[in-house]
Design a binder for this molecule. Structure first.
Ligand SMILES: NC(=O)c1ccc[n+]([C@@H]2O[C@H](COP(=O)([O-])OP(=O)(O)OC[C@H]3O[C@@H](n4cnc5c(N)ncnc54)[C@H](O)[C@@H]3O)[C@@H](O)[C@H]2O)c1
Length: 280
């Protein structure tokens, strides 16, 4: 490992010289999550469950969360049957009181969280001009405010321990919108800036906050779109890859963002979208 003095100024070193090479390290070590504990919100199904499995396969101990107790139990049982170390808590990530109680209990009974994946999210589709306030507020609460609430509860211990990884589930809709999802686009756009705000405030504590922004991924959330032939045609011609993505295609980026391999990356939004955002 290089010490800070290796690359620092004022050491009398010739700054035009090449820095001393860091010792070679295997990719397996660099990306290993052994000895790390990950909390993944909304991980009873879909992307959250797949990311949880991927983090566990890289060595992490898991703490699952979901609003639906049966879904959560089934996910925990499935992952345990695969040989992974899993605990879980059923709570609503958008409720301040529930987040506070659950994270307090987790800290006492399970231990500190090294990796937080703010994944829980919902849709309430409606044209903006007729969108009920309830649909606006629910989507803002679950997709944006929840990341603030859960992270605010977890991060003091990360600061105390001098390390932590925060991964927020952004979206193509952090950058671009389409009709009927104005609430979701506002929430995911806000989450992009919350990610950057987290990075700015906590980088000095060796905490990295980055976002994974998936393109269109086949899950229950996108179910209404996957069965719509007109949307399918639009998506597959609009996306350079010519197809939907699958949840497992997000695992590599997540393991990267959770591991030491991303220790100097902060406040970034990584789009995993088959090239959609790059194309007109
Ligand atoms: N599927 C996609 O194409 C896509 C694309 C971009 C971003 N995303 C984001 O990825 C994340 C996961 O999406 P998904 O497609 O797996 O959705 P999903 O509906 O399949 O799963 C979401 C899970 O979150 C849980 N949940 C919902 N509200 C909750 C709450 N208040 N507290 C705790 N848990 C709650 C649900 O019960 C469910 O199990 C979301 O943030 C979503 O916005 C999805």
């Amino acid at each position: 490992m290089r010490s800070p003095a290796d690359g620092g100024s004022g050491t009398g070193r010739d700054m035009t010289a090449s820095p001393a090479a860091a010792p070679a390290e295997s990719a397996a070590d660099l990306f290993s999550l052994r000895g790390r504990r990950a909390l993944i919100t909304g991980s009873g199904q879909g992307i959250g469950l797949t990311l949880a499995r991927g983090l566990a396969a890289a060595g992490a101990e898991l703490v699952l969360n979901d609003l639906e107790p049966e879904r959560l139990e089934a996910a925990m049982a499935g992952l345990r049957a695969e040989g992974f170390t899993v605990s879980g808590r059923c709570f609503n990530v958008a409720r301040e009181d529930e987040v506070a109680a659950a994270t307090r209990e987790l800290a006492a009974q399970v231990g500190p969280i090294d990796i937080l994946v703010n994944n829980a999210g919902i849709h309430r589709r409606a044209p903006l001009e007729s969108m009920p306030l309830e649909a606006w507020q629910a989507v803002l609460d679950v997709n944006l405010t929840s990341a603030f609430l859960v992270t605010r509860a977890i991060v003091p211990e990360m600061i105390r321990r001098g390390r932590g990884k925060i991964i927020n589930l952004c979206s193509l809709n952090s950058e671009i919108s389409r009709p009927t999802i104005g609430n979701y686009a506002a929430a995911k756009g806000g989450l992009k800036m919350l990610t950057r705000a987290m990075a700015v405030e906590w980088a000095r504590h060796n905490i990295q906050a980055n976002a994974l922004a998936p393109g269109y991924i086949r899950t229950a959330l996108t179910g209404p779109l996957t069965v719509d032939p007109a949307f399918n045609h639009h998506l597959c011609t609009r996306t350079p890859a010519g197809r939907w993505g699958e949840p497992h295609e997000l695992v590599g980026t997540t393991v990267f963002l959770a591991s030491r391999a991303s220790d100097f990356m902060n406040g970034q939004i990584l789009f995993v979208d088959g090239g959609l955002l790059a194309a007109l």
